[in-house]
Design a protein around this ligand. Structure first.
Ligand code: OAD
Length: 236
């Protein structure tokens, strides 16, 4: 990538495509989750109010499917970049899996929440959670049977937006990996980053909806394009 020498602060946005080769479902690609399930039925704030059991079972199914999943070469390369990069560095992930962390990354924000966390709608405490929520277990803090997945539903505000915008303001390089660019506000980060003067790079299997906003793009499977790009960044 041209001008890499000038880059000190990096913000990376990731989406389902970075975990696809670990066997985790994407949403909008052929055979993806939103082809098999209607997000209006299982992933909106209204759906949760209407039929909480249905939504809890959907997230139980997705949480359960994580058990045997391992980070792939893309997660591991990003973990290495995090460990070795001297400047500011932040992975903002839309993914609710924990594969960035298992791949060694530490500077990670989950803007759409996490499967392995439960949020109590009664006392608002968060608890590390790996089991079912559909059978309405009591909250370990307050005892109310009011736990829900600690994930952002459509119609709810994504998490950590202040920290994400602060990181974008300081970014020299914004990289988007494995996301279709269909869901805001994440889909707008590339424009924010550009307006704030950062270089922009897309790494995706194919051009995303917002591909034309990026200054540079490389298309291919994340397990190939991401390690290759990380090697370049680390001068290897
Ligand atoms: P999508 O399923 O919309 O897009 C995944 C992107 O990854 C597509 O552009 C694919 O081409 C690309 N892709 C697939 N396999 C890949 C691979 N092996 N290597 C590289 N790229 C690959 O998923 P997201 O963009 O993450 O939100 O979806 C964004 C949000 O929509 C999700 O966080 C979720 C969903 O509804 C909520 O549930 C709130």
């Amino acid at each position: 990538m041209a001008g890499m020498k000038d880059i000190r602060n990096i913000v990376i946005l990731t989406g389902a495509g970075v975990s696809a080769e670990s066997g985790i479902d994407t949403f909008r690609t052929a055979g993806g989750l939103w082809e098999r399930y209607d997000p209006e039925e299982v992933a909106t704030a209204q759906a949760f109010a209407r039929d909480p059991g249905k939504l809890l079972r959907f997230y139980d199914m997705r949480r359960g499917s994580l058990d045997d999943k391992q980070p792939n070469a893309a997660h591991k390369a990003l973990g290495k970049l995090d460990a070795e990069w001297q400047g500011e560095f932040l992975i903002v992930t839309q993914n609710v899996d924990n594969l960035h962390e298992l791949g060694g990354a530490q500077r990670v924000l989950h803007m759409h929440g996490e499967h392995n966390s439960a949020l109590c709608t009664s006392c608002e405490s968060r608890t590390l959670w790996r089991g079912s929520l559909a059978d309405r277990p009591p909250c370990p803090s307050c005892g109310d049977r009011a736990l829900r997945p600690d994930v952002v539903l459509f119609g709810e505000m994504p998490y950590h937006m202040d920290r994400i915008h602060a990181a974008l303001r300081g970014a020299d390089l914004f990289v988007s990996i494995g996301t279709s660019g269909a869901v805001y506000p994440a889909a707008g980060f590339v424009r924010d980053a550009r307006e704030l003067g950062a270089k922009t790079l897309e790494l995706n299997l194919d051009p995303s909806d917002g591909s034309h906003w990026f200054g540079d793009a490389r298309h291919g499977p994340a397990t190939e394009v991401v390690p290759h790009w990380v090697e370049e960044m680390l001068g290897e």
